[in-house]
Design a binder for this molecule. Structure first.
Ligand code: FAD
Length: 434
């Protein structure tokens, strides 16, 4: 039976495109990409733009995983691991290179939306970070740090200006990044797949890779209906390795922790009710470690994301839990109903940086983009395509982070404990700083 998208706001509002076929019979190709999330799609599109012969296998539908069901925040340069921690570990120069690579990914997203005239994207500029803590000095220090080392312009928002923008008893000041933007991530995935197909990439849906033979120069990949021969294989399977598809590649699967996180959309609030809470079109995140992130949609709903869990099953009463998070921040919205809520799985490495690299001749991978993959997956596609075609080896900036074991079930337990610890830490920081 053919798979379909999970029920999400994005699936309900996606572009009506005909599905891509499943892989059938013998297929010979230069590069076979496994995984139709943005890491795989961007690699396929970049190779197709270079005129190379590429196919992409997606086990379900294009953008079915994290890439098509996320918060839709497109940051202008950054990773799951914060830049200050990278500076401490590797110095300013190397961190600047890493930052600028992510920024290149962000630029590429913007450019591709224009170049391929993608529709249904709904791009809106501006990401507002709202602080739960009475710490204007800390916000201004962060603004200065980003300007000094990374040429980024964050605007400091004082408490009064924040109150003009949004009405929440939780927030103090904040920072506005006018370069970051929001968009419809599933339509973007579909736009990238369409662009790649238009340039000759062979895109296959409902085509899980279920068998591999990586020995020798000619790699072989089996799907239920197809046998692919390729000189290069790119693994881009995100957090969906293991359970759903089995462990296709043990080393890559062991190097990531799949972590669940959640999104909800409210019913349409009506413009007046929405404006009682949010009066700006920005995507909004907060400064807690256990972040809430949300954005008003054009039809006056709020799309609300947050929480993480090492349990990969959707929790009971998810919608009610997300509504409770929302009304904690906006008590004036009590009584608002949720339309639907859904779960997605991210992939994290222990070091919280993307894993981009090679396991030997013709074997490539891009995974572990954590909760900030919208720009960095574009960057990964660029780096891998350049490496595969021998143009440059900039992907090596990620080599130092490695494919260390992410800890399996113990790692998941540790991640869960860390998250709970961070939630407690947030509560005590609120008490101390405010
Ligand atoms: C709820 C949620 C909210 C998020 N919010 C944001 C946000 O606002 N901004 C941001 O930057 N990031 C966000 N993220 C993170 C971002 O979505 C991810 O980092 C990014 O999408 C990862 O892309 P990917 O291609 O690595 O993985 P995925 O998009 O998960 O794609 C992997 C694909 O591989 C396929 N696959 C796996 N195994 C096989 C196989 N054997 N054969 C064929 N196909 C296979 C899967 O079906 C899947 O479609 C969020 C993530 C989630 C879950």
């Amino acid at each position: 039976m053919l798979s379909d998208y999970i029920d999400s706001h994005y699936a309900r509002t996606r572009l009506a495109l005909p599905p891509w076929p499943a892989a059938e019979g013998e297929i010979e190709v230069e590069t076979c990409v496994i995984g139709g999330g943005l890491a795989g799609l961007n690699t396929a599109l970049t190779l197709a733009e270079m005129g190379r012969d590429v196919c992409l296998l997606e086990g379900k539908r294009i953008g079915w995983g994290a890439s098509g069901r996320n918060g839709g925040f497109v940051g202008a340069g950054g990773y799951a691991r914060d830049l200050a921690s990278l500076v401490r570990a590797f110095g300013v120069e190397e961190t600047r290179i890493l930052h600028d690579l992510a920024r290149e990914g962000w630029q590429l997203v913007r450019r591709r939306i224009e170049t391929y005239k993608m529709s249904g994207i709904g791009r809106k500029d501006g990401i507002l970070v709202a602080s739960w803590f009475n710490d204007d000095d800390g916000l201004q220090r962060h603004r200065d740090f980003m300007a000094r080392h990374f040429d980024r312009e964050y605007q400091f928002i004082n408490r009064a200006a924040m109150a003009e923008m949004i009405s929440s008893p939780r927030y103090y000041g904040g920072l506005l990044d006018r370069e970051g933007f929001q968009f419809h991530p599933l339509n973007y995935c579909l736009g990238v797949a369409k662009a790649a197909s238009g340039l000759g990439a062979r895109v296959f849906e409902n085509s899980p890779a279920i068998g591999l033979d990586l020995a020798g120069a000619e790699k072989r990949i089996a799907t239920p209906g197809g046998r692919i021969k390729a000189r290069n294989v790119v693994f881009a399977m995100g957090g969906y390795q293991g359970g759903l598809y089995g462990n296709l590649h043990g080393k890559l699967g062991r190097a990531v922790l799949p972590i669940a996180t959640y999104v909800m959309v409210t019913e349409p609030l009506g413009d007046n009710r929405l404006r009682q809470a949010i009066r700006v079109p920005y995507a909004i995140g907060d400064t807690k470690f256990a972040t809430d992130y949300y954005r008003p949609l054009d039809d006056s709903r709020i799309l609300w994301g947050g929480r993480i869990s090492a349990r990969l099953r959707e929790p009971s009463h998810l919608k009610a839990k997300m509504l409770a998070d929302l009304t904690k921040v906006y008590p004036q919205l009590k009584g608002v109903d949720g339309d639907l809520a859904w779960m997605g799985t991210m992939s994290y490495a222990g070091h919280k940086m993307p894993q981009i690299g090679t396991l030997g001749p013709g074997i490539w991978y891009a995974q572990a983009f954590g909760g900030s993959g919208m720009s960095t997956t574009s960057m990964a596609g660029l780096l891998l395509a350049a490496a595969i075609t021998g143009q440059d080896d900039r992907y090596r900036h990620f080599a130092r982070f490695g494919l260390g074991w992410a800890g399996g079930d113990l790692g998941r337990l540790a991640a869960q404990m860390t998250y709970w610890g961070l939630q407690l830490g947030d509560a005590s920081r609120v008490a101390r700083k405010n």
